[in-house]
Design a protein around this ligand. Structure first.
Ligand SMILES: CC(C)(COP(=O)(O)OP(=O)(O)OC[C@H]1O[C@@H](n2cnc3c(N)ncnc32)[C@H](O)[C@@H]1OP(=O)(O)O)[C@@H](O)C(=O)NCCC(=O)NCCS
Length: 131
């Protein structure tokens, strides 16, 4: 499992995350091989802060990442889903916007109290009112 995740993160990001920063991880498998994952960061009780959503290249564009976001919404009901992306990642921003995440570009307008650097980041926020 660990080796599997390391391979996936290496493929998607070119480096391996420190998985100990996560309180949980959601993974999708194909025949016991992890083909998609996201981490849920510790230290946040009021929101679900997602990190490192990734899907193995040959499984992309089949709805795997969308499915992972839906699982997060179901697992962490009534907690907003939040994540950061780097500025100028237009394609990623569009991907999240299309899935109901709102983009925030300034500290002044944030709906939650969270550390955020508008110089380099966009914050994406989605209310999660599933019951
Ligand atoms: C972004 C990513 C998670 C999408 O995974 P996926 O399983 O292909 O996504 P889905 O099949 O659910 O949705 C497909 C959408 O992703 C978009 N997409 C495909 N490759 C992408 C990429 N490299 N960057 C951003 N979006 C991408 C497609 O255009 C499509 O958009 P649309 O449905 O809104 O038209 C995947 O491309 C990936 O792992 N990229 C590398 C890691 C990364 O950038 N992660 C995001 C960290 S915040």
């Amino acid at each position: 499992m660990q080796q599997n995740l390391e391979n996936l993160y290496n493929e998607c990001f070119g480096y391996v995350k420190d998985f100990s920063i996560f309180k949980d991880m959601i993974t999708i498998k194909d025949n016991d091989i992890i083909i998609g994952a996201v981490g849920i960061e510790k230290d946040y009780d009021e929101i679900t802060l997602l990190t490192g959503l990734c899907v193995s290249a040959k499984y992309r564009n089949r709805g795997v990442a969308t499915q992972i976001l839906e699982i997060c919404a179901n697992m962490y009901k009534n907690k907003p889903l939040v994540l950061y992306i780097n500025k100028n990642e237009d394609k990623l921003e569009a991907f999240y916007n299309k899935r109901g995440f709102i983009s925030y570009y300034s500290n002044d307008t944030l709906p939650i109290d969270i550390k955020f650097n508008p110089e380099t980041e966009i914050l994406l926020y989605k209310e999660n009112n599933l019951l």
